[in-house]
Every structure is written in C-alpha cells, then in structure tokens.
Design a protein around this ligand. Structure first.
Ligand code: PEP
Ligand code: MN
Length: 340
C-alpha cells in the first residue's frame, strides 16, 4: 500500500508512520515527490490493520498498489528516476542526456582497454563497460581476467573519468567488484538469481540489471524489486534481447519494452543493441531506433580489433564505427528533443 502524507505533515509524523508500518512487519520506502511525501509499504499484508494507519496524524489517505511490482511502479513514484552513474555525477534517466556506455565485451589486456577507454571518452561516451568475470556458455571459453581486469578498469577510470560498469557473477564477488566498479552489472543469465539480486541490493553502488533472455516485462520488474527492497533504489534496467524462434540474429531486440516499461515504471531503461542482435552490422540501426523509442541510454560493445576479440567477436564494432554512430545518434537525439 501507499501511505500518502498530507501536505504540511511534519517530519515527526512521517517518522511515526514509518515506525508503525514497520512494526506491522512491512518494509517502508519513503519517497519525496514534487508535491507529496509518500511511504510505500511492501510485504505480507495479512497482519496489517489499514485503518490504524489511515487514522495516524499527518496521513491523508491510503492507496493500494495494484501492480505486482511495487516500488518500481509509477503508482508509487509517478515521476521518472535519474540515477548517478558515479559520484562525479553523470545521471541516467528522467530526461537527462542520453548516456552511452561502451567498451569491449571482456577486459583482455591493459593497453587495448586503455586505448578503447580513451576512444569511448573522446567520442562522448560516459561509461566504460567491460567484463572481468565473464558468464560463458562453454567452460572452455575465456572466462575473463578476474581481479586483474578490475585493476585495469580502475586505471581506465583514473585516466578518462569514465564511470566503470562491470558484471558481478556471484554473491561472494559482490564486495570485490563493488570496491572497483561504479556500477554493478547483473547479467541476463542472473536476472532471477535472487540471492545475487539481494546481495547487490545490500550495497550502495547502482545496479545495471539486464533482462533475462526469456523474462517477461513483469518478471524483469520483479527482479528490480528484489534489489530495491534490499535497500538499493538505484536500478537501471537494460533490454538486451530475448530468445525467440528467429535465428538470423542472436536475440530478438524487444524495443517495444522501452515505452512499455516507461508506462508502468519510473526506472531508467537503456538498450544493449550488441547482445540484442549479435551482429555488428545491426548495432548502428538498432542504436538509432532505441533512442527514437525513448531509451535513456545505450550499452554498446566496442573493440579496437573486433575480428580478434577473445569474446563476442561477431557483434563488436570498431572504434571508428563507434565514432560515426555517436555522430548519428546525436542527430536522432535532437530530432526527438533529447541530447547526447
Ligand atoms: C555482457 O553484457 O557482456 C553479457 C554477457 O550480456 P548478457 O548478460 O546480456 O548476455
Ligand atoms: Mn559480450
């Protein structure tokens, strides 16, 4: 339920409401909107006496939350959420500039990572994304450099100021990855790894949550809900394509999910046209389309020499192609009243 505080209610009244609701066994999220303060109370409501809450001083009314996802829904927070990618402050969502996050699929070696980072930054990217721990289908494929990869990423941040986004594969790695990264990526294969969702929710770095390859919109938002309920409201959703019968591309990029999520959720949505298609030639048109469809940002894999990439060689674009895409993206963004 949503407890709507009356205009002019005091901080003490708010505190009392939060305390009372928590005593009933619910978790509270206080949201300071433009006109009103609301308390979203989520959890098992069987033991909740709604009337007792409705009559507390400072409470205007109580509204049930109808969507299965609660704190991610617009019912609880009508206005868009913007999330800072790093303490330095580039924000994604809520009509802020379109954030382009790019980088190689994997951290392969120090030099190529630093070269790529410089190219991403010069072309107007705001984040560097590369995997140090890779979720690979085959146990015989390159698994990533591990902590050494994280060290190179930190060096790239120091040189370029780019926010570092990198995947965390497992609960036990969360403190290590969070000690290097600005944003923790939870990959498609882990979208419903509920223990991992809780673990990234219990730390303070923003989370980039990729849509599971067979997840519905509702399952995607419920996964975000796990992170938020664990204490971390900073979840960026990423559409990365879903598995369908279609086989001309690696996945089917579901751009419809961008406006569909924006209709029901306040969270920022970015699009990954790289994994979403699996082919370098499809990255540019789908990047342009994603911006036109209202995405708050993009996640693009770029590599100085895609042909020889250790992972995802077929879908990475080279650095000069990335620069060209950025120029065209700026023009599409302007056409839909946005900016890069
Ligand atoms: C990735 O971003 O490198 C990745 C493995 O993506 P996904 O989880 O979407 O497959
Ligand atoms: Mn990849």
């Amino acid at each position: 339920m949503i407890v709507v505080m009356a205009p002019g209610s005091t901080a003490q009244q708010l505190e009392h409401v939060v305390h009372t609701v928590e005593q009933m066994g619910l978790t509270t999220h206080v949201i300071h909107g433009t006109n009103r303060v609301v308390v979203a109370a989520v959890g098992d409501k069987r033991m909740v006496d709604k009337e007792a809450v409705e009559t507390l001083p400072g409470v205007e009314r109580i509204v049930p939350i109808l969507a299965p996802y609660k704190v991610a829904s617009r019912e609880v927070k009508p206005e868009d959420t913007a999330i800072a990618l790093s303490p330095a402050g580039v924000r994604v969502g809520a009509g802020q500039k379109i954030a382009v996050i790019a980088g190689p699929c994997s951290v392969e070696d120090r030099h190529s990572l630093l070269d790529t980072a410089r190219a991403v930054q010069e072309a107007g990217g705001v984040g560097l994304r590369a995997g140090a721990f890779k979720p690979r289908t085959s146990p015989y494929s390159f698994q990533g450099l591990g902590e050494l990869g994280l060290e190179y990423l930190a060096e790239a941040r120091a040189q370029t100021g780019l926010a570092i986004v990198t995947e965390v594969l497992t609960v036990s790695h969360v403190p290590l990855v969070a000690s290097y990264a600005d944003v923790l990526q939870v990959g498609a294969r882990n979208m419903q790894n509920f223990m991992l969702l809780k673990a990234v929710g219990e730390q303070s770095k923003p989370v980039l949550l990729k849509r599971g390859m067979s997840a519905t919109l509702e399952e995607f938002l419920l996964a975000a809900e796990y992170v938020i309920n664990a204490g971390n409201p900073n979840v960026i959703l990423c559409e990365r394509g879903i598995r369908t019968f279609e086989d001309y591309c690696r996945n089917t990029l579901a751009l419809t999910v961008v406006p569909a999520i924006k209709r029901v959720s306040h969270l920022p949505v970015i699009v990954d046209p790289t994994h979403g298609t699996g082919h370098a030639y499809l990255v540019e048109p789908m990047s342009l389309a994603a911006i036109a469809a209202g995405a708050d940002g993009l996640l693009i894999e770029v590599h100085p020499d895609p042909e020889h990439a250790l992972t995802d060689a077929a879908q990475q674009i080279d650095l000069s192609h990335f620069r060209r895409i950025m120029e065209r993206l700026a023009r599409v963004a302007a056409a839909v009243d946005r900016a890069l």
